[in-house]
Design a protein. Structure first.
Ligand SMILES: [Fe+2]
Ligand SMILES: [Fe+2]
Length: 185
């Protein structure tokens, strides 16, 4: 499925950002070289590329169709688990943002919240992506009827085109590249 191929590519890009998140966290822990103002870029990427664009397609299109079409899977709770993990990720990022605000207000101990929530998010998403790549997406490819697959591809295509018209993918791949150049070498 074309839509799933694109989602797997998005997973690769999200994982690249997870590496950046771990590296910045390490530098926060060791008092290394980092800029606090890079965190808002990470959060912007996570909220708009990983969450709004990528999780948006999963929640509103792919997983919704799987829940309706594949009764056995819906009953197993596997899909609900994916929605719950998306929510846990949102909580870690909100906590990270609070930690950044506290650090800016002078609380040095807020570095703990920044590191803990960044690492927890990266670990959650890495495991989540693995489950989707190796199980959920394979179930979709193997178990959905062809007409449903076509309709998922069409719906995802519309979202991709609209995002491309607004420069979304280009903006976030650029942020990713800038942060990788700075932190990963
Ligand atoms: Fe997901
Ligand atoms: Fe995903």
């Amino acid at each position: 499925m074309k839509s799933i191929d694109i989602m797997v590519e998005e997973h690769q890009n999200i994982r690249r950002m997870l590496n950046v998140i771990r590296e910045i966290s390490y530098r926060v822990m060791t008092n290394g070289e980092y800029e606090l103002d890079d965190f808002p870029l990470v959060i912007d990427f996570v909220r708009n590329y990983a969450d709004k664009l990528h999780h948006g397609k999963e929640e509103d299109i792919l997983f919704e169709a799987m829940n309706k079409q594949i009764e056995k899977l819906a009953k197993s709770g596997a899909i609900t688990g994916m929605y719950i993990e998306h929510d846990q990720g949102r909580l870690f990022i909100a906590n990270l943002e609070n930690g950044l605000n506290s650090l800016k207000e002078g609380s040095d101990k807020a570095r703990l919240d920044i590191i803990a929530n960044s690492i927890a998010y990266a670990d959650l998403l890495n495991r989540h992506i693995e489950k989707e790549n190796t199980a959920l997406y394979k179930f979709a490819e193997n178990m959905l009827p062809d007409d449903v697959k076509d309709s998922i591809d069409n719906d995802c295509d519309k979202i991709e085109m609209e995002a491309a018209n607004n420069g979304i993918q280009a903006r976030y791949l650029n942020i990713l590249k800038i942060l990788e150049d700075k932190y990963i070498s």
